[in-house]
Design a protein around this ligand. Structure first.
Ligand SMILES: C[S@@+](CC[C@H](N)C(=O)[O-])C[C@H]1O[C@@H](n2cnc3c(N)ncnc32)[C@H](O)[C@@H]1O
Length: 138
């Protein structure tokens, strides 16, 4: 995934602006070691994999701590999905366990980003009403 990202950045002429590094997104040390800190953070499809609400809130606080003032946080949330039962009962996750997709309402995610200290700018729900992107600034 990181290699594909690097190739894409090179293809778009963005190699100097975009950096790819491997780190544990749930661990504050990994995030704090990023130098210079990112001014754009994209959390895509990740919080949906975390079943522990407290872990999501901790992650938001960690991101708030590294994002410079004026920086942007974009995150996704899943409000519902027609495959929730199928995934949980049939499909394995990457650890071979039942794949639990954590669905959370837009209102709850927007409250959590505010509680973490972000300024919520706007949210975009796609036409099916399943997935949303939330935009915030630090
Ligand atoms: C559902 S995929 C989303 C992939 C991609 N971001 C997207 O939007 O299509 C979840 C991703 O989170 C990554 N992931 C899971 N736990 C992680 C962690 N602790 N730190 C960093 N990445 C993690 C997985 O490797 C996987 O690529």
């Amino acid at each position: 995934m990181l290699t594909r990202g690097k190739h894409l950045a090179a293809h778009l002429g963005l190699s100097r602006q975009v950096r790819y590094e491997r780190c544990d997104a749930t661990h504050p040390d990994g995030l704090q070691s990023l130098s210079p800190p990112p001014d754009l953070v994209v959390v895509s499809g990740f919080y949906e994999t975390l079943t522990d609400d407290a872990a999501v809130c901790r992650s938001l606080l960690d991101l708030r701590a590294i994002l410079p003032a004026g920086g942007t946080l974009l995150l996704t949330t899943q409000v519902w999905h027609p495959w929730l039962a199928l995934a949980a009962n049939v499909l394995p996750d990457r650890h071979g366990k039942p794949w639990i997709i954590s669905v959370r309402s837009l209102a709850r995610m927007e409250r959590w980003v505010r509680e973490a200290g972000f300024c919520h700018r706007q949210s975009h729900m796609e036409p099916h009403g399943w997935h949303a992107v939330i935009e915030c600034t630090g």
